[in-house]
Each structure stands twice: as C-alpha cells, then as structure tokens.
Design a protein around this ligand. Structure first.
Ligand code: HEM
Length: 195
C-alpha cells in the first residue's frame, strides 16, 4: 500500500516535510565549520541561544502542557544560557519571541527543538574534541535525563495522539528550521515578523 500523507503519523509527516531543510541546515552548519574550532563553536552556541530564546515561551503553552506534562523540563533555554556564560559571550540584544500560537503551529516549532536533541548526540562528540562538555559550554547538547531515545519516543507518541492539525504543525516546523537558518546566515538578526 502506498503511504499517503493522510495515513502518516504526525511525527513522520513532520519528518518528511522537513527532511530537505534539515539536510540543508546540517550542510550549512558544517560548511561554516562551526565545530572546527573553539572560536567557531561560539557562533554555534549563539545560534542555539537565539533559537531557544525565541521558543522559550512555547514550552509553557497552556494547551501543550496538558498534552506533554513534562514539557517544562524539556526546555533547554536555561542550559544554553549557561553555555553562553561559560564561553563569556555577550547576550544578543534582539528579541524575536515566537508568539503563543495555536497549539498545532506551536507543536511544529517544538518538534524541531526536541528532534534536534537526536542530532545533538553526534554534535556532543564534536564539541568534546574542542573541550566542551555537559558541564561546561555544551550543557544544552546533553541528553535528557531519561536518555535520548526514550525522551524522543515519548514526545512523538504524545504528539501523534493529540489531534493536532498536521498542516499547521508543518507550517510551524518549517518556520522553525527557517528561523535557525536565518540565525546561521545572519548572526544577531532582528526579525520584524516573528512567524
Ligand atoms: C550539523 C548539525 C546537525 C546534524 C549533523 C544533525 C543530525 C541529525 C541526525 C543524525 C538525526 C537523526 C538521529 C536519529 O534518528 O537517531 C537528526 C534528527 C533531527 N534533527 Fe538534526 N542534526 C543537526 C542539526 C540540527 C538542528 C540545528 C536542528 C534544528 C534546530 C535539527 C533538527 C532535527 C530534528 C527535528 C530531528 C528529528 C527528525 C525526525 O526523526 O523526525 N538538527 N539530526
């Protein structure tokens, strides 16, 4: 039987819909050599800081907390903030918070943040070679307390059974990847339209 987007779970649909932009982002991060030196790595942490700052409010979205009870402890903003301090980096001025969207769009944004914890397994190893660890400079790349796999599976299971609107969720996930790409290409970008 051919899989159509109607029969896919939400998490698979999000994965399919963002596959190309994820690859594009990976390539961009590697092309800029963000893991090639401690100095370049600072740019990566700043990029992550800006993304997690922008989505910080979504981790306390009232509708989402009902669906995902451990949502607040999944939030890595405090960790990446501490990484900025470890590295002595000044906090960027711009504030571009993602507005408290409808729950479906918001979950698309959070899918990107939560999924990136998988890729972080690989990135942790690169960061370690530069001297950054889960207790200094690469705190936000550490696995969730229960482990990466179980944490991700629990998140997917929760979003797959909550009745979110898939089209809105895809819009949110694509916007999230684009946001990260914007910060990659324009550090300190100030966005007029937080979408
Ligand atoms: C060079 C940087 C990156 C590399 C090498 C990378 C690599 C990976 C890998 C290998 C996986 C799959 C892991 C698995 O299935 O066990 C993954 C998943 C994922 N990554 Fe990345 N990643 C990178 C950066 C990012 C960034 C910056 C974001 C978003 C902010 C991101 C978002 C995601 C998402 C959403 C998934 C889950 C896909 C799914 O299974 O639905 N990644 N990444």
């Amino acid at each position: 039987m051919t899989r159509t987007s109607d029969t896919l779970s939400l998490s698979l649909r999000l994965k399919d819909a963002t596959h190309t932009i994820h690859e594009d982002l990976d390539r961009g991060i590697m092309a800029q050599g963000l893991f090639s030196s401690a100095d370049k790595y600072r740019n990566f942490v700043q990029l992550q800081y800006q993304f997690h700052r922008d989505i910080n409010g979504l981790y306390s979205h009232a509708d989402l907390v009902e669906t995902i009870p451990d949502l607040a402890i999944r939030n890595r903003f405090a960790l990446v903030h501490q990484d900025m301090r470890d590295l002595g980096l000044p906090l960027p001025d711009a504030q571009n918070p993602v507005e408290a969207k409808d729950a479906s769009t918001a979950i698309g944004w959070l899918y990107v943040a939560e999924g990136s914890k998988l890729g972080a397994n690989f990135l942790t190893k690169l960061a370690e070679k530069l001297g950054f660890t889960e207790t200094f400079g690469a705190r936000h790349l550490a696995a969730d307390p229960g482990g990466r796999g179980p944490s991700w599976n629990a998140f997917k299971s929760a979003i797959d059974h909550a009745g979110f609107d898939p089209a809105l969720a895809v819009t949110g996930a694509r916007a999230a990847f684009l946001r990260v790409k914007t910060y990659l290409n324009a550090p300190n970008a100030s966005l007029n339209t937080p979408a």
